[in-house]
Unconditional design. Structure first.
Length: 392
């Protein structure tokens, strides 16, 4: 195992009707004027946005609003939010929605306290030196951005999707009411469960440092998500299943499941960022479409971890060679994705990528990771291209 720093400052308020506590929480963390940032769609149709604004009105907390956050959130809206915050003297951000609204709010928070171009942080030219404080009312269990140090933004010019990690952007509070996820389409619920699993698996499949307690937490989290994803596919209104998935989503990306490791592999995410940057597909679905091809490409270099995963997470009988068990585990994971109606190839995802597209995505991915990345197996541009081709 390796030494580690574990920092999770976010105050979590979990349970039914907890969104009513937003005004008190904003005040607790010093907010005097808020920007409410959201996407649209269900947040508006369900009446959640109005309930939030009514509660701020009643509490006497002034606010401005900015909707329009979309999956794979765009830099253009971030610029708009930065200008709005500076013009209106906003001192607190409230993201209402899922990972897209939260990541966009984090980027706005970076830019609102900085005089340069916020894209510099995502283009790895500068590091953030601060961020407006923000809180979250979560409506989608998926990205874990409500407790993470991560934000991912897509630049429209060139369709470049990049992430920025900094403790400055960790939310001050996260309101988690599982009932707010019940209006989600089944496809989005399944995408979210996939993303939660991937955040854990990226940290699990490594060749650098492991802890038994961390592995046990990760394995338990993965089993829990798979069990409850199956339940939600049959009974979308199951509150307990949604609560299990929602809490797993937060724990999957707050650093807990990576304590003692080398930081994780993260190449499935890096590959998918290029895919969703170019084709604008749902992030979770893109991860599922790529994972099997990545796993088959790297498993021999990380065989003990893949065998352990097959036995401890999937529950396979450990009969046969390590390689046979590992491959059966990969096949069983893909079968699970299909069971919850997630794709396991680009074709199933609805993407008809050309040879030129695959080459371009592999090149942008290699540039984005400074040439090579990976812990299960170090991947270079040729490897990335091979995985993209296999995922067709």
């Amino acid at each position: 195992m390796y030494g580690f720093h574990y920092y999770t400052p976010t105050k979590v308020v979990f349970g039914k009707d907890t969104e009513t506590q937003a005004p008190a929480l904003i005040r607790e963390f010093g907010g005097k004027k808020a920007l409410i940032h959201y996407g649209g769609g269900s947040v508006v149709r369900s009446g959640l946005l109005k309930r939030v604004t009514d509660s701020l009105d009643e509490a006497g907390i002034p606010y401005v609003t900015l909707g329009g956050a979309v999956p794979n959130p765009r830099l253009g809206l971030v610029y708009e939010g930065i200008a709005l915050c500076k013009r209106e003297n906003v001192d607190f951000l409230l993201a209402v929605g899922g990972g897209s609204a939260i990541d966009s709010a984090k980027a706005i928070g970076y830019g609102a306290v900085d005089e340069g171009d916020v894209w510099d942080f995502y283009d790895y030219k500068r590091k953030p030196k601060g961020c407006l404080p923000l809180g979250v009312i979560l409506t989608i269990s998926a990205t874990g951005s409500e407790m993470s140090d991560s934000s991912v933004i897509t630049k429209e010019e060139g369709l470049v999707k990049r992430g920025c990690n900094s403790d400055y952007c960790r939310p001050k509070f996260a309101i988690l009411n599982p009932e707010l996820t019940m209006t989600l389409p089944d496809y989005q619920t399944a995408c979210g469960c996939t993303d939660i699993m991937m955040h854990t698996m990226e940290r699990y499949f490594t060749n650098g440092g492991n802890m038994e307690i961390t592995d046990s937490i990760a394995e338990g989290l993965l089993r829990t998500v798979m069990k409850n994803a199956d339940l939600l596919a049959k009974d979308p209104q199951n509150y307990d299943a949604r609560a299990e998935v929602m809490w797993a989503g937060s724990l999957s990306h707050n650093g807990l499941t990576g304590c003692g490791s080398d930081g994780g592999d993260w190449m499935v995410h890096k590959l998918e960022h290029e895919l969703s940057g170019l084709y604008d597909v749902a992030h979770g679905a893109g991860l599922a479409a790529i994972w099997g091809s990545w796993a088959r490409y790297v498993y021999k270099d990380c065989l003990p971890r893949f065998r352990r995963f097959a036995v401890n997470v999937i529950g396979l009988n450990p009969v046969g060679t390590d390689e046979e068990i590992a491959l059966r585990g990969i096949e069983a994971t893909e079968a699970f994705f299909r069971r919850i109606h997630m794709p396991t190839s680009l074709r199933e995802l609805g993407v008809s990528a050309t040879e030129e597209d695959l080459i371009a995505m592999a090149h942008k991915c290699a540039v984005g990771v400074n040439g090579a990345k990976g812990s299960a197996k170090l991947l270079k541009e040729a490897d990335m291209l091979a995985i993209f081709k296999a995922s067709l």
